[in-house]
Design a protein around this ligand. Sequence first.
Ligand code: SF4
Length: 202
Amino acid sequence: MRDPEYLPVMEEFYTIQGEGHYTGTPAYFIRLGGCDVGCKWCDVKDSWDASQYDWIDVNILVDHARNSGASLVVVTGGEPFMHNLSLLTEKLREANLQCNVETAGVHLPSGSWDWICFSPKKFKKPIHEYYEAAQELKIVLFHRSDFKWAESHALQMNLEAQKYLQPEWSKAKEITPLIVDYVKRNPSWKISLQTHKFIDIP
Ligand code: SF4
């Protein structure tokens, strides 16, 4: 593994978190390259191959985040935990920035996080640590049969975790009404929508 002082960055930008618990919150996004999960409906397939991205010094990333004016940083991918993120979160914390991460949970976590959004995928089995460690479970539903699969993950989650059902974007017309009905009948779940796509921001 490369020195954790450098990480392969696909893109970084200041925007509004569009989905999950922090929806509506201004956040500096750091999207790391590299993912070995292989979701067929992935909307960031360009992120899969880390080798096409420049490896950037974490101190520079932290400077960018701090200078953006954001108080929250969201590290996403790709699959962020393909990389050792200990130094990144250490430096983000030194800069008084909140550290959130979005992961499919297929690699061991590293770093110190304020909020872990765990979004397991059918294409690669997650490891058990995330059911204990995550503050948020976000299930992206592609088929009408996926509710049962969502519940199989919810059953393993720590009791404090927030649980979200989110329609996969290309299936939203078909799946969203089913999620509305399901959440009304199962109020321990909430709906997550990709609101950034509705308002056309990254
Ligand atoms: Fe794409 Fe995320 Fe699935 Fe990786 S885990 S293939 S980045 S949707």
